[in-house]
Design a binder for this molecule. Structure first.
Ligand SMILES: Nc1ncnc2c1ncn2[C@@H]1O[C@H](COP(=O)(O)OP(=O)(O)O)[C@@H](O)[C@H]1O
Ligand SMILES: [Mg+2]
Length: 500
Protein backbone atom coordinates (compact mmCIF):
# COMPACT_ATOMS: atom_id res chain seq x y z
CA UNK A 1 0.00 0.00 0.00
CA UNK A 2 2.02 2.94 -1.20
CA UNK A 3 1.00 6.52 -0.55
CA UNK A 4 1.91 7.62 -4.05
CA UNK A 5 -0.51 10.21 -5.53
CA UNK A 6 -1.01 8.15 -8.67
CA UNK A 7 -4.59 7.11 -9.17
CA UNK A 8 -4.69 3.39 -8.89
CA UNK A 9 -7.28 0.91 -7.85
CA UNK A 10 -4.77 -1.66 -6.67
CA UNK A 11 -4.76 -0.57 -2.98
CA UNK A 12 -8.48 -1.35 -2.91
CA UNK A 13 -8.08 -4.98 -3.84
CA UNK A 14 -7.66 -7.37 -0.95
CA UNK A 15 -5.15 -10.16 -1.49
CA UNK A 16 -6.57 -13.61 -0.98
CA UNK A 17 -4.80 -14.33 2.27
CA UNK A 18 -5.03 -11.41 4.67
CA UNK A 19 -6.19 -11.16 8.21
CA UNK A 20 -9.57 -9.80 9.19
CA UNK A 21 -8.27 -6.46 10.38
CA UNK A 22 -6.60 -5.74 7.05
CA UNK A 23 -9.79 -6.69 5.21
CA UNK A 24 -11.81 -4.30 7.36
CA UNK A 25 -9.33 -1.46 6.88
CA UNK A 26 -9.40 -1.95 3.13
CA UNK A 27 -13.19 -1.99 3.11
CA UNK A 28 -13.27 1.31 5.02
CA UNK A 29 -10.89 2.86 2.54
CA UNK A 30 -13.07 1.69 -0.33
CA UNK A 31 -16.14 3.28 1.29
CA UNK A 32 -14.24 6.54 1.83
CA UNK A 33 -13.03 6.57 -1.78
CA UNK A 34 -16.57 6.01 -3.02
CA UNK A 35 -17.91 8.85 -0.89
CA UNK A 36 -15.20 11.18 -2.27
CA UNK A 37 -16.05 10.15 -5.83
CA UNK A 38 -19.72 10.82 -5.19
CA UNK A 39 -19.02 14.28 -3.79
CA UNK A 40 -16.77 15.14 -6.71
CA UNK A 41 -19.51 14.20 -9.20
CA UNK A 42 -22.07 16.39 -7.51
CA UNK A 43 -22.34 20.00 -8.71
CA UNK A 44 -20.70 22.43 -6.30
CA UNK A 45 -23.88 24.51 -5.94
CA UNK A 46 -25.70 21.71 -4.16
CA UNK A 47 -23.25 21.74 -1.33
CA UNK A 48 -23.77 25.42 -0.58
CA UNK A 49 -27.53 25.06 -0.31
CA UNK A 50 -29.17 26.15 2.89
CA UNK A 51 -31.99 24.24 4.52
CA UNK A 52 -35.62 25.15 4.02
CA UNK A 53 -36.73 28.74 3.77
CA UNK A 54 -36.64 30.56 7.12
CA UNK A 55 -40.40 30.97 6.84
CA UNK A 56 -40.83 27.24 6.54
CA UNK A 57 -38.45 26.05 9.24
CA UNK A 58 -40.38 24.44 12.10
CA UNK A 59 -40.50 26.49 15.27
CA UNK A 60 -40.22 23.42 17.49
CA UNK A 61 -38.57 20.03 17.05
CA UNK A 62 -40.70 17.13 15.89
CA UNK A 63 -40.96 15.84 19.46
CA UNK A 64 -42.75 19.05 20.49
CA UNK A 65 -41.71 21.81 22.86
CA UNK A 66 -39.35 20.89 25.63
CA UNK A 67 -39.82 21.44 29.34
CA UNK A 68 -43.00 22.55 31.08
CA UNK A 69 -44.15 24.38 27.92
CA UNK A 70 -44.80 21.00 26.34
CA UNK A 71 -47.88 20.86 28.62
CA UNK A 72 -47.28 17.17 29.04
CA UNK A 73 -45.71 17.40 32.47
CA UNK A 74 -43.93 14.19 31.64
CA UNK A 75 -46.90 12.26 33.03
CA UNK A 76 -48.94 11.37 29.95
CA UNK A 77 -47.45 8.28 28.41
CA UNK A 78 -49.67 6.39 26.01
CA UNK A 79 -48.68 3.10 24.50
CA UNK A 80 -47.68 3.42 20.88
CA UNK A 81 -50.30 2.28 18.44
CA UNK A 82 -49.96 1.90 14.72
CA UNK A 83 -52.80 1.84 12.21
CA UNK A 84 -53.40 2.46 8.54
CA UNK A 85 -54.49 5.91 7.36
CA UNK A 86 -57.91 4.51 6.47
CA UNK A 87 -58.43 3.19 9.99
CA UNK A 88 -57.09 6.42 11.53
CA UNK A 89 -59.60 8.43 9.49
CA UNK A 90 -62.37 6.27 10.93
CA UNK A 91 -61.06 6.37 14.49
CA UNK A 92 -60.39 10.11 14.49
CA UNK A 93 -62.87 11.37 11.92
CA UNK A 94 -62.35 15.07 12.52
CA UNK A 95 -58.57 14.99 12.78
CA UNK A 96 -57.18 12.69 10.17
CA UNK A 97 -58.05 12.90 6.50
CA UNK A 98 -57.45 9.80 4.43
CA UNK A 99 -55.74 11.79 1.68
CA UNK A 100 -56.32 11.73 -2.05
CA UNK A 101 -53.80 9.05 -2.88
CA UNK A 102 -50.31 9.33 -4.25
CA UNK A 103 -51.20 10.06 -7.88
CA UNK A 104 -50.35 13.34 -9.45
CA UNK A 105 -48.11 16.33 -9.10
CA UNK A 106 -46.25 16.83 -5.83
CA UNK A 107 -47.33 20.07 -4.16
CA UNK A 108 -45.84 19.88 -0.68
CA UNK A 109 -46.91 18.69 2.72
CA UNK A 110 -50.35 17.98 4.08
CA UNK A 111 -49.87 19.83 7.36
CA UNK A 112 -52.24 17.74 9.45
CA UNK A 113 -51.39 14.30 8.15
CA UNK A 114 -47.69 15.20 7.70
CA UNK A 115 -47.90 13.33 4.43
CA UNK A 116 -46.90 14.34 0.94
CA UNK A 117 -49.70 16.13 -0.84
CA UNK A 118 -50.17 15.52 -4.54
CA UNK A 119 -52.76 16.85 -6.94
CA UNK A 120 -53.72 16.18 -10.51
CA UNK A 121 -57.22 17.22 -11.58
CA UNK A 122 -57.28 14.72 -14.41
CA UNK A 123 -56.43 11.90 -12.02
CA UNK A 124 -59.17 12.88 -9.58
CA UNK A 125 -61.78 13.24 -12.28
CA UNK A 126 -64.07 10.24 -12.05
CA UNK A 127 -62.23 8.90 -9.00
CA UNK A 128 -63.47 11.39 -6.42
CA UNK A 129 -67.16 11.85 -5.83
CA UNK A 130 -68.34 15.38 -6.54
CA UNK A 131 -65.23 16.25 -8.52
CA UNK A 132 -67.04 17.38 -11.63
CA UNK A 133 -64.44 19.52 -13.39
CA UNK A 134 -60.68 20.03 -13.49
CA UNK A 135 -60.76 23.80 -12.89
CA UNK A 136 -59.24 25.53 -9.86
CA UNK A 137 -59.45 28.92 -8.19
CA UNK A 138 -56.65 30.26 -5.97
CA UNK A 139 -57.54 33.18 -3.67
CA UNK A 140 -55.40 35.03 -1.15
CA UNK A 141 -53.89 38.38 -0.18
CA UNK A 142 -50.86 39.71 -2.09
CA UNK A 143 -47.52 38.02 -1.50
CA UNK A 144 -48.75 34.78 0.05
CA UNK A 145 -47.51 32.68 -2.85
CA UNK A 146 -50.52 32.26 -5.14
CA UNK A 147 -48.52 32.85 -8.30
CA UNK A 148 -45.71 30.68 -6.95
CA UNK A 149 -48.20 27.85 -6.51
CA UNK A 150 -49.59 28.26 -10.01
CA UNK A 151 -46.06 28.36 -11.42
CA UNK A 152 -45.02 25.25 -9.50
CA UNK A 153 -48.10 23.43 -10.73
CA UNK A 154 -47.23 24.48 -14.26
CA UNK A 155 -43.54 23.64 -14.02
CA UNK A 156 -44.12 20.25 -12.45
CA UNK A 157 -47.07 19.42 -14.70
CA UNK A 158 -44.85 19.65 -17.77
CA UNK A 159 -43.13 16.47 -16.56
CA UNK A 160 -46.53 14.77 -16.77
CA UNK A 161 -47.00 15.81 -20.37
CA UNK A 162 -49.19 18.84 -19.77
CA UNK A 163 -48.88 22.02 -21.78
CA UNK A 164 -49.32 25.36 -20.07
CA UNK A 165 -50.91 28.50 -21.46
CA UNK A 166 -50.99 31.90 -19.80
CA UNK A 167 -53.23 34.14 -21.91
CA UNK A 168 -52.43 37.30 -20.01
CA UNK A 169 -49.49 38.02 -17.76
CA UNK A 170 -49.88 41.65 -16.66
CA UNK A 171 -46.76 41.57 -14.43
CA UNK A 172 -44.40 39.75 -16.85
CA UNK A 173 -43.55 37.24 -14.14
CA UNK A 174 -44.25 34.13 -16.21
CA UNK A 175 -41.74 34.88 -18.96
CA UNK A 176 -38.78 33.49 -16.99
CA UNK A 177 -40.74 30.31 -16.30
CA UNK A 178 -41.56 29.89 -19.99
CA UNK A 179 -37.94 30.50 -20.87
CA UNK A 180 -36.72 27.94 -18.35
CA UNK A 181 -39.06 25.36 -19.85
CA UNK A 182 -38.15 26.11 -23.44
CA UNK A 183 -41.53 27.70 -24.09
CA UNK A 184 -42.53 30.84 -25.91
CA UNK A 185 -43.45 34.33 -24.71
CA UNK A 186 -45.25 36.90 -26.82
CA UNK A 187 -44.75 40.42 -25.49
CA UNK A 188 -47.29 43.00 -26.60
CA UNK A 189 -47.11 46.71 -26.08
CA UNK A 190 -46.47 50.06 -27.70
CA UNK A 191 -43.15 49.97 -29.52
CA UNK A 192 -42.86 46.17 -29.45
CA UNK A 193 -42.95 44.22 -32.70
CA UNK A 194 -45.45 41.55 -31.55
CA UNK A 195 -48.93 41.60 -33.12
CA UNK A 196 -51.87 39.27 -32.57
CA UNK A 197 -54.92 39.13 -34.77
CA UNK A 198 -57.75 37.98 -32.50
CA UNK A 199 -59.84 37.17 -35.58
CA UNK A 200 -57.37 34.46 -36.67
CA UNK A 201 -59.20 31.29 -37.61
CA UNK A 202 -57.56 28.31 -35.96
CA UNK A 203 -56.82 25.19 -37.98
CA UNK A 204 -59.85 22.92 -38.26
CA UNK A 205 -59.56 19.97 -35.86
CA UNK A 206 -59.90 16.54 -37.42
CA UNK A 207 -63.36 14.99 -37.25
CA UNK A 208 -65.34 18.21 -37.55
CA UNK A 209 -67.09 19.09 -40.79
CA UNK A 210 -66.07 22.27 -42.59
CA UNK A 211 -69.57 23.70 -42.18
CA UNK A 212 -69.64 23.11 -38.42
CA UNK A 213 -66.20 24.59 -38.05
CA UNK A 214 -67.13 27.72 -40.02
CA UNK A 215 -70.12 28.21 -37.69
CA UNK A 216 -67.88 27.76 -34.66
CA UNK A 217 -65.30 30.27 -35.92
CA UNK A 218 -68.05 32.79 -36.69
CA UNK A 219 -69.52 32.34 -33.21
CA UNK A 220 -66.15 32.95 -31.56
CA UNK A 221 -65.48 36.05 -33.64
CA UNK A 222 -68.90 37.51 -32.92
CA UNK A 223 -68.49 36.86 -29.24
CA UNK A 224 -65.12 38.58 -29.24
CA UNK A 225 -66.43 41.65 -31.09
CA UNK A 226 -69.41 41.80 -28.72
CA UNK A 227 -67.13 41.63 -25.65
CA UNK A 228 -64.84 44.35 -26.95
CA UNK A 229 -67.72 46.68 -27.78
CA UNK A 230 -69.40 46.11 -24.43
CA UNK A 231 -66.19 46.70 -22.49
CA UNK A 232 -65.64 50.09 -24.13
CA UNK A 233 -69.28 51.14 -24.05
CA UNK A 234 -69.79 49.90 -20.51
CA UNK A 235 -73.26 48.68 -21.34
CA UNK A 236 -75.09 45.88 -23.11
CA UNK A 237 -75.57 46.12 -26.86
CA UNK A 238 -78.96 46.96 -28.35
CA UNK A 239 -80.54 44.45 -30.74
CA UNK A 240 -79.75 46.76 -33.67
CA UNK A 241 -76.11 46.87 -32.62
CA UNK A 242 -75.95 43.09 -32.49
CA UNK A 243 -77.31 42.97 -36.02
CA UNK A 244 -74.79 45.58 -37.15
CA UNK A 245 -71.88 43.54 -35.75
CA UNK A 246 -73.26 40.42 -37.42
CA UNK A 247 -73.63 42.08 -40.78
CA UNK A 248 -70.26 43.83 -40.60
CA UNK A 249 -68.41 40.66 -39.66
CA UNK A 250 -70.01 38.62 -42.45
CA UNK A 251 -69.24 41.30 -45.02
CA UNK A 252 -65.62 41.60 -43.88
CA UNK A 253 -65.17 37.83 -43.95
CA UNK A 254 -66.58 37.66 -47.50
CA UNK A 255 -64.17 40.38 -48.66
CA UNK A 256 -61.21 38.76 -46.90
CA UNK A 257 -62.00 35.35 -48.35
CA UNK A 258 -62.15 36.86 -51.84
CA UNK A 259 -58.73 38.43 -51.42
CA UNK A 260 -57.31 35.39 -49.61
CA UNK A 261 -56.46 37.29 -46.40
CA UNK A 262 -57.57 37.08 -42.77
CA UNK A 263 -60.15 39.63 -41.59
CA UNK A 264 -58.87 42.36 -39.26
CA UNK A 265 -60.54 44.34 -36.50
CA UNK A 266 -59.79 47.51 -38.46
CA UNK A 267 -61.85 46.22 -41.40
CA UNK A 268 -64.83 45.65 -39.12
CA UNK A 269 -64.44 49.08 -37.52
CA UNK A 270 -64.20 50.74 -40.94
CA UNK A 271 -67.34 49.04 -42.15
CA UNK A 272 -69.25 50.01 -39.02
CA UNK A 273 -68.14 53.59 -39.51
CA UNK A 274 -69.55 53.80 -43.04
CA UNK A 275 -73.35 53.65 -42.75
CA UNK A 276 -73.92 53.36 -46.49
CA UNK A 277 -71.82 50.24 -46.88
CA UNK A 278 -73.41 48.72 -43.77
CA UNK A 279 -76.93 49.38 -45.01
CA UNK A 280 -76.08 48.03 -48.43
CA UNK A 281 -74.62 44.86 -46.91
CA UNK A 282 -77.69 44.28 -44.76
CA UNK A 283 -80.15 45.04 -47.56
CA UNK A 284 -81.78 47.57 -45.25
CA UNK A 285 -82.99 50.47 -47.39
CA UNK A 286 -84.10 52.80 -44.57
CA UNK A 287 -80.57 53.54 -43.35
CA UNK A 288 -81.45 52.82 -39.74
CA UNK A 289 -78.78 50.17 -39.24
CA UNK A 290 -75.99 52.51 -40.27
CA UNK A 291 -77.12 55.11 -37.72
CA UNK A 292 -77.54 52.54 -34.98
CA UNK A 293 -73.94 51.41 -35.40
CA UNK A 294 -72.42 54.82 -34.61
CA UNK A 295 -71.55 53.98 -30.99
CA UNK A 296 -70.13 50.63 -32.03
CA UNK A 297 -67.91 52.24 -34.61
CA UNK A 298 -66.45 54.57 -31.99
CA UNK A 299 -66.00 51.74 -29.52
CA UNK A 300 -63.97 49.63 -31.93
CA UNK A 301 -62.04 52.68 -33.04
CA UNK A 302 -60.17 52.59 -29.73
CA UNK A 303 -58.57 49.29 -30.71
CA UNK A 304 -57.58 50.57 -34.10
CA UNK A 305 -56.53 54.16 -33.44
CA UNK A 306 -56.43 54.51 -29.66
CA UNK A 307 -53.83 53.43 -27.11
CA UNK A 308 -53.86 49.86 -28.46
CA UNK A 309 -53.40 50.99 -32.07
CA UNK A 310 -51.93 48.30 -34.24
CA UNK A 311 -51.46 45.66 -31.54
CA UNK A 312 -54.56 43.70 -32.41
CA UNK A 313 -55.27 45.14 -35.83
CA UNK A 314 -52.63 43.49 -37.99
CA UNK A 315 -51.82 39.98 -39.15
CA UNK A 316 -50.31 37.96 -36.30
CA UNK A 317 -46.52 38.05 -36.18
CA UNK A 318 -46.34 34.76 -34.31
CA UNK A 319 -47.70 31.37 -35.21
CA UNK A 320 -49.18 29.22 -32.49
CA UNK A 321 -46.77 26.38 -31.76
CA UNK A 322 -48.79 23.43 -30.44
CA UNK A 323 -45.59 21.56 -29.51
CA UNK A 324 -44.19 24.21 -27.13
CA UNK A 325 -44.56 23.21 -23.46
CA UNK A 326 -45.58 26.69 -22.43
CA UNK A 327 -46.88 29.84 -24.06
CA UNK A 328 -47.37 33.11 -22.22
CA UNK A 329 -48.58 36.51 -23.37
CA UNK A 330 -46.80 39.34 -21.59
CA UNK A 331 -49.06 42.39 -21.28
CA UNK A 332 -46.93 44.21 -18.71
CA UNK A 333 -46.29 47.16 -21.05
CA UNK A 334 -50.00 47.88 -21.14
CA UNK A 335 -52.26 49.07 -18.40
CA UNK A 336 -49.54 50.79 -16.38
CA UNK A 337 -51.76 53.85 -16.57
CA UNK A 338 -54.61 54.12 -14.10
CA UNK A 339 -57.20 53.09 -16.65
CA UNK A 340 -57.78 49.34 -16.69
CA UNK A 341 -59.84 49.35 -19.86
CA UNK A 342 -56.83 49.17 -22.16
CA UNK A 343 -55.54 46.14 -20.30
CA UNK A 344 -58.95 44.50 -20.26
CA UNK A 345 -59.34 44.98 -24.02
CA UNK A 346 -55.87 43.55 -24.56
CA UNK A 347 -56.67 40.61 -22.28
CA UNK A 348 -59.86 39.98 -24.22
CA UNK A 349 -58.04 39.95 -27.55
CA UNK A 350 -55.06 37.94 -26.29
CA UNK A 351 -57.15 35.31 -24.57
CA UNK A 352 -59.50 35.04 -27.56
CA UNK A 353 -56.50 34.45 -29.81
CA UNK A 354 -55.06 31.83 -27.49
CA UNK A 355 -58.32 30.09 -26.71
CA UNK A 356 -59.18 29.70 -30.35
CA UNK A 357 -55.73 28.24 -30.94
CA UNK A 358 -56.48 25.74 -28.17
CA UNK A 359 -59.75 24.60 -29.75
CA UNK A 360 -58.27 21.30 -30.89
CA UNK A 361 -59.69 18.46 -28.75
CA UNK A 362 -56.68 16.32 -29.70
CA UNK A 363 -54.25 18.85 -28.23
CA UNK A 364 -53.65 16.77 -25.11
CA UNK A 365 -54.00 17.83 -21.49
CA UNK A 366 -53.55 21.52 -21.08
CA UNK A 367 -53.64 24.05 -18.32
CA UNK A 368 -54.75 27.62 -18.89
CA UNK A 369 -53.69 29.95 -16.08
CA UNK A 370 -55.46 33.27 -15.54
CA UNK A 371 -53.06 34.94 -13.10
CA UNK A 372 -54.26 38.27 -11.66
CA UNK A 373 -57.76 37.39 -12.84
CA UNK A 374 -59.27 39.72 -10.25
CA UNK A 375 -58.48 42.58 -12.59
CA UNK A 376 -61.08 41.42 -15.04
CA UNK A 377 -63.76 40.40 -12.59
CA UNK A 378 -65.54 43.72 -12.81
CA UNK A 379 -65.88 43.50 -16.55
CA UNK A 380 -68.99 41.60 -17.41
CA UNK A 381 -68.09 41.04 -21.02
CA UNK A 382 -64.81 39.34 -20.12
CA UNK A 383 -66.50 37.23 -17.45
CA UNK A 384 -69.02 36.09 -19.99
CA UNK A 385 -66.34 35.08 -22.46
CA UNK A 386 -64.43 33.31 -19.71
CA UNK A 387 -67.46 31.36 -18.63
CA UNK A 388 -68.31 30.13 -22.10
CA UNK A 389 -64.66 29.23 -22.60
CA UNK A 390 -64.70 27.19 -19.39
CA UNK A 391 -67.82 25.37 -20.52
CA UNK A 392 -66.07 24.39 -23.74
CA UNK A 393 -62.76 23.56 -22.12
CA UNK A 394 -63.79 20.36 -20.37
CA UNK A 395 -64.47 18.63 -23.66
CA UNK A 396 -61.05 19.70 -24.91
CA UNK A 397 -59.02 18.38 -21.99
CA UNK A 398 -58.29 21.84 -20.62
CA UNK A 399 -58.10 22.71 -16.93
CA UNK A 400 -58.39 26.40 -16.01
CA UNK A 401 -56.68 27.99 -13.02
CA UNK A 402 -57.95 31.40 -11.90
CA UNK A 403 -55.94 33.48 -9.42
CA UNK A 404 -57.76 36.19 -7.47
CA UNK A 405 -57.17 38.14 -4.26
CA UNK A 406 -60.42 38.05 -2.39
CA UNK A 407 -63.49 36.02 -2.98
CA UNK A 408 -65.32 39.31 -2.92
CA UNK A 409 -63.54 40.05 -6.22
CA UNK A 410 -66.11 37.67 -7.58
CA UNK A 411 -68.92 39.55 -5.90
CA UNK A 412 -67.76 42.87 -7.34
CA UNK A 413 -69.07 41.69 -10.68
CA UNK A 414 -72.54 42.87 -9.67
CA UNK A 415 -75.21 43.15 -7.01
CA UNK A 416 -76.93 40.10 -5.62
CA UNK A 417 -79.22 38.65 -8.26
CA UNK A 418 -77.58 40.55 -11.10
CA UNK A 419 -76.25 38.88 -14.21
CA UNK A 420 -72.65 39.70 -13.30
CA UNK A 421 -72.99 38.09 -9.91
CA UNK A 422 -74.62 35.02 -11.41
CA UNK A 423 -71.77 34.71 -13.90
CA UNK A 424 -69.11 35.02 -11.21
CA UNK A 425 -70.81 32.54 -8.93
CA UNK A 426 -71.16 30.20 -11.91
CA UNK A 427 -67.41 30.44 -12.47
CA UNK A 428 -66.78 29.61 -8.82
CA UNK A 429 -69.07 26.58 -8.92
CA UNK A 430 -67.21 25.51 -12.05
CA UNK A 431 -64.09 25.13 -9.90
CA UNK A 432 -64.06 21.79 -8.11
CA UNK A 433 -60.74 22.77 -6.53
CA UNK A 434 -60.57 25.90 -4.38
CA UNK A 435 -57.32 26.91 -2.77
CA UNK A 436 -57.72 29.58 -0.11
CA UNK A 437 -54.62 31.42 1.03
CA UNK A 438 -54.79 33.95 3.82
CA UNK A 439 -57.72 36.37 3.64
CA UNK A 440 -58.03 39.75 5.31
CA UNK A 441 -59.98 39.65 8.56
CA UNK A 442 -62.89 41.56 7.05
CA UNK A 443 -63.09 39.06 4.19
CA UNK A 444 -63.36 35.95 6.31
CA UNK A 445 -67.11 35.94 6.78
CA UNK A 446 -67.77 36.45 3.06
CA UNK A 447 -65.27 33.76 2.13
CA UNK A 448 -66.77 31.35 4.63
CA UNK A 449 -70.28 31.93 3.34
CA UNK A 450 -69.34 31.70 -0.32
CA UNK A 451 -67.35 28.50 0.04
CA UNK A 452 -69.33 26.89 2.83
CA UNK A 453 -66.37 26.78 5.23
CA UNK A 454 -66.79 25.47 8.75
CA UNK A 455 -65.92 27.69 11.72
CA UNK A 456 -62.65 25.83 12.22
CA UNK A 457 -61.73 26.22 8.58
CA UNK A 458 -62.50 29.94 8.66
CA UNK A 459 -60.21 30.35 11.68
CA UNK A 460 -57.52 28.34 9.95
CA UNK A 461 -57.70 30.61 6.89
CA UNK A 462 -57.10 33.67 9.06
CA UNK A 463 -53.87 32.17 10.41
CA UNK A 464 -52.29 30.84 7.23
CA UNK A 465 -48.65 31.71 6.55
CA UNK A 466 -46.83 32.04 3.25
CA UNK A 467 -47.29 29.11 0.91
CA UNK A 468 -49.86 27.51 3.18
CA UNK A 469 -53.41 27.15 1.98
CA UNK A 470 -56.73 25.51 2.66
CA UNK A 471 -57.47 23.23 -0.25
CA UNK A 472 -61.15 22.42 -0.71
CA UNK A 473 -61.39 19.64 -3.23
CA UNK A 474 -64.95 18.52 -3.91
CA UNK A 475 -65.95 18.93 -0.27
CA UNK A 476 -62.73 17.49 1.21
CA UNK A 477 -60.41 19.83 3.10
CA UNK A 478 -56.65 19.89 3.43
CA UNK A 479 -54.23 22.39 4.87
CA UNK A 480 -51.24 22.17 2.60
CA UNK A 481 -47.80 23.73 2.73
CA UNK A 482 -46.53 24.30 -0.76
CA UNK A 483 -42.81 23.48 -0.90
CA UNK A 484 -40.54 25.17 -3.40
CA UNK A 485 -37.42 23.61 -4.85
CA UNK A 486 -34.43 26.04 -4.55
CA UNK A 487 -34.39 26.42 -8.34
CA UNK A 488 -38.08 27.28 -8.29
CA UNK A 489 -37.53 29.71 -5.44
CA UNK A 490 -35.02 31.65 -7.54
CA UNK A 491 -37.18 31.46 -10.64
CA UNK A 492 -40.43 32.56 -9.01
CA UNK A 493 -39.02 35.24 -6.73
CA UNK A 494 -41.31 38.24 -7.18
CA UNK A 495 -39.88 39.84 -4.02
CA UNK A 496 -36.42 40.19 -5.59
CA UNK A 497 -36.87 43.89 -6.31
CA UNK A 498 -37.97 44.47 -2.71
CA UNK A 499 -34.80 42.81 -1.34
CA UNK A 500 -32.34 44.74 -3.51
N1 LIG B 1 -44.17 28.05 -0.60
C1 LIG B 1 -43.27 29.04 -0.60
N2 LIG B 1 -42.11 28.92 0.05
C2 LIG B 1 -41.19 29.92 0.05
N3 LIG B 1 -41.35 31.08 -0.60
C3 LIG B 1 -42.48 31.28 -1.26
C4 LIG B 1 -43.51 30.28 -1.30
N4 LIG B 1 -44.52 30.75 -2.04
C5 LIG B 1 -44.15 31.99 -2.45
N5 LIG B 1 -42.93 32.32 -1.98
C6 LIG B 1 -42.24 33.59 -2.26
O1 LIG B 1 -43.07 34.64 -1.84
C7 LIG B 1 -43.03 35.71 -2.76
C8 LIG B 1 -44.42 36.15 -3.18
O2 LIG B 1 -45.04 35.12 -3.87
P1 LIG B 1 -46.06 35.33 -5.07
O3 LIG B 1 -46.38 33.98 -5.59
O4 LIG B 1 -45.56 36.32 -6.06
O5 LIG B 1 -47.31 35.94 -4.29
P2 LIG B 1 -48.75 36.35 -4.82
O6 LIG B 1 -48.87 35.89 -6.23
O7 LIG B 1 -49.68 35.65 -3.89
O8 LIG B 1 -48.84 37.83 -4.68
C9 LIG B 1 -42.18 35.25 -3.94
O9 LIG B 1 -40.93 35.88 -3.88
C10 LIG B 1 -42.03 33.76 -3.75
O10 LIG B 1 -40.77 33.32 -4.17
MG1 LIG C 1 -49.13 36.98 -8.01
Amino acid sequence: MSSSPRASASPLFTPRRTDRRAVRATRDRLAAARARARDAARPARRRTERGPDTDLRPTHPASGRSGPASARGGRLALPEHRMTTAVAAGAYPFLAEGGLGAHGIYIGQDVHAEAAFTFDPFQLYGRLEGFTNPNAVVAGVIGMGKSALAKSLALRAVAFGYKIYVPCDPKAEWSVVAEALGGQTIALGPGLPGRLNPLDAPAKPAGITAGDWATEVRKRRLMLLGSLARTVLGRDLTPMEHTALDVALDEVVILATESGTTPLLGDVAALLASPDRLDAASGEPTGRLGRAAEDLAHALRRLVHGDLAGLFDAPSTVAFDPQAPMLTIDLSRLGSTGDDTGLVLAMTCASAWMESALADPAGGRRWVVYDEAWRVMRHLALLERMQSQWKLSRGMGIANVMVIHRLSDLLSAGDAGSRGRALAEGLLSDCSTRVIYRQEADQLAAAGALLGLTGVETQAVAALTKGRGLWKIAGRSFITQHLLHPVERDLFDTDARMHS
